[in-house]
Ligand binder design. Structure first.
Ligand SMILES: [Zn+2]
Length: 186
């Protein structure tokens, strides 16, 4: 079940314009995870845009691990809040939350497509040695999307707002040490 709402905000907190800022929200009940709230804040004047996903249930640091083995696995749902860190050790890729980090609800393919975009940009803008590394990673991602390469995907969130939703997904609590490492990053 979904509930949607719009919050009118009189003044844009970024540019100060009146009547141009809006927050759209959607609450969704996701099986095996609980209620999530997606929000999208936009300003039609300064074009500010920010999306976020919040878990309305428990708030315990969590770690999910999922092994991608087939094309079918591309459909597995991924909830990544702005505090979630995604790791694909086999690719040497880590997506850490930065200050402008956005939250989103997607699937495994969506995560891989985001990494593809970054790598494609790196290929266009890097000198040859770095370019070759990015090209190799890009090839591996293509194989993963086609279900021809196995890879592990890890999603860690010190606030428990992120998840990989599948019955084969392994979930455990983060240790105090892991939480400290995730929250002390620059
Ligand atoms: Zn604005």
């Amino acid at each position: 079940m979904k509930r949607e709402f719009v919050l009118p905000v009189e003044i844009c907190p970024i540019c100060g314009a009146k009547g141009s800022f809006q927050v759209f929200g959607r609450i969704d009940d996701i099986p095996y995870f609980g209620e999530t709230m997606e929000t999208l804040a936009t300003c039609s004047r300064c074009h500010f845009k920010h999306s976020e996903v919040t878990h309305l249930g428990e708030h315990e640091g969590s770690r999910y691990e999922f092994l991608i083995t087939s094309e079918e696995d591309m459909k597995v749902r991924v909830i990544r809040s702005s505090t979630g860190t995604i790791k694909i050790p086999g690719l040497g890729v880590t997506i850490s939350p930065g200050p402008g980090s956005q939250g989103y609800i997607t699937n495994v393919e969506g995560v891989l497509n985001r990494i593809k975009e970054v790598l494609t940009y790196a290929i266009e803008s890097s000198p040859p040695p770095k370019r070759r590394v990015a090209e190799k990673k890009l090839k591996k991602i293509e194989e993963m999307i086609q279900g021809r390469a196995r890879a592990k995907i890890i999603l860690m969130d010190p606030y428990g707002h992120s998840a990989i939703i599948d019955r084969r997904s392994k979930k455990r609590k983060l240790t105090k040490r892991e939480i400290k490492a995730l929250t002390s990053l620059p």
